[in-house]
Design a binder for this molecule. Sequence first.
Ligand SMILES: [Ca+2]
Ligand SMILES: [Ca+2]
Ligand SMILES: [Ca+2]
Length: 301
Amino acid sequence: MVRRMFHVLASLLVFIILSHAPVVRAQILPGSPTTVWTPIIVDGPADPYGDSQSRRNDVEIIGDGGPHHALYRAFYGGTEGENFLDAEIGFRFRMSGTQGNSSDFGGKAWVGMDVTGDGVLDYFIGLDMSGNRSEITINAAGGDLNISPSTTSIDSNALWTTAATALNYRWEPVTAGPGGNDPSAVTNDLDGNGRVDHFLSFKLPFPELVTVVQTLVPGFDTQSPVGYIAGTATQGNTINADLNGVDGGNNSTRTWQELGAMTEPTAIPEPRHAAVFLAITALLAGCLRGRRATANASAMS
Ligand SMILES: [Ca+2]
Ligand SMILES: [Ca+2]
Ligand SMILES: [Ca+2]
């Protein structure tokens, strides 16, 4: 009985500490290992190799569905002292490698978002390193239907723009294994093209995204469901290179869901909830251990 009480009290203490302690939060580092990023899973296969229309390595998305994921996201909830205005959201693509003699990424990456749950893309977050450009943007979907690759348009007038710098953008060779930026990976050349795969990572201030999306969805926040698609382009406001999760299909008339290109609507993760979940798990585990100890004591007596 005393032992059971000890376990329950210890578990309660863990719960109190965890639920009141500052949650471990850290700003998104574009070069951080994949262990602190969350894979974005689409219904279709992880992205095939060599299906980019442009046949360019740096815009060729590759992934095997795990542990070498094609696409990741990251979220930082911000600090109380800053009224959470320093919150961030980030995305990471795995690409086939560098192109030609260039050591930098020379294309565009887009993350399309359905924020109303109707399968229609509403906004795009873009990274543009094509030509002389070097910027991260939020764009509205254009005037087309935006339900499939063939009906997708991206408004060329960005709603928000910032320069891509070493602080918010990184194009980095994959280093596989413990101590690398992809600790669970077993290879750094997944598609075997002789070019080391590269992570394309970028982030933006989450409040900027909230401000934009709230014009369409009042009250949009970290708990609002978002369906994602992702793809790359060589230039222009299109996804003309590689569509994530689909073998080719850049001009397909099939819908995002039919193609398996769009994720299930998912809330943007809030780390605080993860801490509370862990605390509750610890409490339940403690209770179970206590019950088991009581049962054992009864059996022995
Ligand atoms: Ca691909
Ligand atoms: Ca490669
Ligand atoms: Ca593809």
